[in-house]
Design a protein around this ligand. Sequence first.
Ligand code: TXA
Ligand code: MG
Length: 303
Amino acid sequence: MQKTRVLHQSDIFQAVELIKQGGLVAFPTETVYGLGAPIFLRKSIQRIFDVKGRPSNNPLIAHISDLDQVLRIAKNPPEVFFKLADVFFPGPLTIIVEKREDVPDEASGGLSTIGIRMPDHPIALELIDALGVPLAAPSANLSGKPSSTCVEHVLQDFSGKIAAVIDGGPCCLGIESTVLLLSEQGPRILRPGFVTQEMLSEVLSIPVQIGSKEQGGYSPGTQFRHYSPQATVKLCYQTQPEQLKPHAKKQIILKEVSQSNLFASLRKADQEGYDEIVIICTPEMQADSALMDRLTRAAEKKD
Ligand code: TXA
Ligand code: MG
């Protein structure tokens, strides 16, 4: 058991030292906290999967701070990659392209592709810049649990198991990046996020598909149960909560859930010992495909 240190922006050089020595460090981004290791450091990458309990075929995203780093990990990235990067980097978009052979298979979950994202957060950018290599990082939560949007969440899941977390306060967006696959079949969203289908189509001037397994949209991460608190999550599409039947179990009704407070609300309900979380899905929420994606997956039945 190690003591997990809580570092601040002024301590980034210490975070860099810990990472170079093989330690795992969680860091803030504008979406959620990430748990990072240099992409070429196989041992540390392996540790990320171990501490998260993450299936080894679920690939990590490579976080960059400069477009020059793209060529160290991507093989002949297409022009559209740079067109999108020009508009959306830094920001909540991950773009999947063919990877270079020397990018460890451990990081890419055995796939020949790699997701690339430049986070829009000064701490993340400074950290990657100081390391000088892309930082492979999944969201900083135990596999299957809600992502972490503040330091307390990271410590709930990893206290004593990782070297440090850098405190950047609460993440401003609160849900993970949009994941976009670029392939010969055209662009396809594998995970909805703040950057929408419409925003992407407008920049690319071609339609962008929404991926599903049947249509060949393949994201290993979407096959697993996800975002789930201990409590059972139920979605309610009636806006009048009094229509809900009273329940024997310890139940909380959440009425104003948004992208930015979703994961914090789920984690808080667990901390407070609720058995069941009922979420009222207003028409406004139902129009938010990224939010509904996370909600429906959080509400999937436990095996
Ligand atoms: O906002 C975010 O994206 C956060 C912050 C930390 O950057 N990261 C994040 O990483 O959410 P993670 O590992 O929790 O989710 C990455 C998702 C998974 O569903 C994974 O399967 C998918 O992206 N993914 C990554 N690389 C892929 C690839 N090469 N092909 C298909 N799906 C990929
Ligand atoms: Mg995740």
